[in-house]
Design a protein around this ligand. Structure first.
Ligand SMILES: *Cc1c(COP(=O)(O)O)cnc(C)c1O
Length: 482
């Protein structure tokens, strides 16, 4: 089919059968070189060194189906990262497209300010109340995980003010945690390289060390003792600041962008104990962990945690459209509801199209039993295969994870937790081998990360693990290990 470039670019998406042809046409609309030139001329990418990127050129991804992506050169790539940890139901699901289409025709937009609401946001809220643990019955909407964490800060502040404790302002977070990239999200996160590029951080946010056993524990410490040690930094910090000044502690149940770091099992119970003891809110950042990633609906359930607030995004819509939310424990919701106006909101808070897509997405996750399959079948299979494949590998120090998320630690001396001096370079080298082998596997420093769509099959898992092994072997050969 030959469309002119302009027709292809502006072609309206139409239902199923034409869809494929049109995507095919738009794929041929420009050559890779043309796309790259235009991209370099006009597009600033997130978290990128644009000078370098513009000289080498980006990979142009033009279509996706299930767990596979296609680039503008026609290569088929298996997506071991579910986009950016978000495409839980896989790419190209008609149910989500139909939900968006129907909602756009019915009510493409209306706001939820000024005493108004609409059916999709009402239905989504009721559905989330069913899917989240019992004490969570209220939800505030935004467009991203960053905004969810920003919103969470305001809710926590408002909560303590309502209880007559406005002095409780400090939020304690972790180094190498990730909570988004707005000023508030970036401040809550513990990434120094992000803090360095802010005019000034948000006040009343402080950090303690992360529970990263492989990377930071002394040689003679057990994981359990290390977990307690790191959790008790929270107590020390609360005492240092004064409990009357501390509003909340925030953590990802497992760290995602920081390297898929799973804390020792002693860590979360101790954190929870400390939060209760000093009357500090416990916030679970569920932006990655939420909606089935660990085989539970929410990652805090895997760890047996009972948070007061949770922040949601990514898997909530499987990334088909942007949406984020904050879930409020009844206790918090009550204080917020009987406390006058909450001066916060986004134009698109509870956007009807995003809400309709979220409902379709969550309905698929529930009705197809996708979360249970991750817990009982694909998750254990994935974890078992990774551990078997890399057991005794000369360059792999540990495989961490549960369900369909994993971190593979590259190490110079796996047995003694000895790390490479140039770990980030080794990780990048490995990621490039993956890329060339048509596998998307992310590197954070010297850890290789996997977080595939939750609909992945066992044979697709086989493909990912085999390609990951090939890339890690190639890296080992290149740097002369093995
Ligand atoms: C991605 C992420 C965020 C930020 O979400 P955005 O939608 O990118 O703003 C926040 N917290 C965690 C744990 C994340 O992984």
């Amino acid at each position: 089919m030959s469309l002119t470039t302009e027709e292809a670019v502006y072609a309206t998406p139409t239902p199923a059968t034409n869809n494929e042809r049109q995507r095919e046409a738009s794929r041929r609309a420009r050559s890779t070189a043309e796309y790259r030139a235009l991209d370099a001329a006009h597009h600033i990418h997130p978290f990128s060194d644009m000078g370098t990127l513009n000289r080498t050129g980006s990979r142009v991804v033009v279509k996706a189906e299930g767990v596979y992506l296609w680039d503008s050169d026609g290569n088929r790539i298996i997506d071991g990262m579910a986009g950016l940890w978000c495409v839980n139901v896989g790419y190209g699901r008609k149910e989500l497209a139909d939900a968006a289409y129907r909602q756009i025709r019915e009510l493409s937009f209306y706001n939820t300010f000024f005493k108004t609401t609409h059916p999709p946001v009402i239905e989504l809220s009721a559905l989330l109340a069913e899917l989240t643990p019992t004490p969570f019955n209220h939800f505030f909407y935004c467009n991203s995980g960053s905004e969810a964490n920003d919103t969470m800060l305001r809710i926590a502040h408002r909560y303590w003010a309502a209880l007559g404790k406005p002095g409780k302002k400090y939020v304690i977070a972790r180094k190498n945690g990730y909570h988004g990239s707005t000023i508030a999200g970036g401040t809550l996160g513990g990434m120094d390289y992000m803090h360095e590029q802010m005019p000034s951080p948000v006040a009343h946010i402080v950090h303690i060390d992360q529970p990263y056993f492989f990377g930071e524990a002394a040689a003679d410490v057990t994981p359990e003792a290390f977990g307690l040690e790191r959790a008790r930094q929270l107590e020390a910090k609360i005492l240092e600041l004064g409990a009357e000044n501390v509003a909340a502690f925030i953590g990802e149940p497992f760290q995602g962008a920081g390297g898929v770091i799973f804390p020792p099992s002693s860590y979360w119970p101790e954190i929870q104990r400390i939060c209760r003891k000093y009357d500090v809110l416990l916030v679970a950042d569920e932006v990655i962990g939420g909606f089935g990633r660990t085989g539970e609906w929410f990652a805090h359930q895997h760890f047996g945690l009972e948070p007061d607030l949770m922040t949601l995004a990514k898997g909530m819509t499987s990334g088909y459209v942007p949406m984020g939310a904050v879930g409020l424990h009844d206790r918090i919701a009550r204080a917020l509801i009987e406390n006058g106006e909450f001066n916060h909101g986004m134009t698109y808070s509870g956007h009807p199209v995003a809400a309709a897509v979220a409902i379709a997405n969550l309905t698929l996750l529930r009705e197809e039993g996708i979360v249970e399959r991750v817990r009982d079948e694909t998750g254990p299979y994935f974890q078992g295969l990774l551990r078997d494949t890399f057991a005794g590998h000369p360059m792999v120090g540990e495989v961490a994870g549960v369900g369909l998320v994993a971190g593979v630690q590259l190490a110079k001396e796996p047995a003694t937790r000895g790390r490479f001096e140039n770990g980030a370079e080794v990780g990048t080298m490995c990621r490039d081998f993956c890329f060339n082998g048509h596998l998307i596997m992310r590197a954070t420093g010297d850890r290789m990360l996997l977080s595939p769509p939750l609909v992945i099959t066992k044979s697709e898992i086989d493909e990912i693990v085999e390609k990951a092994k090939r890339a890690i072997d190639a890296t080992a050969r290149q740097i002369g290990v093995a």
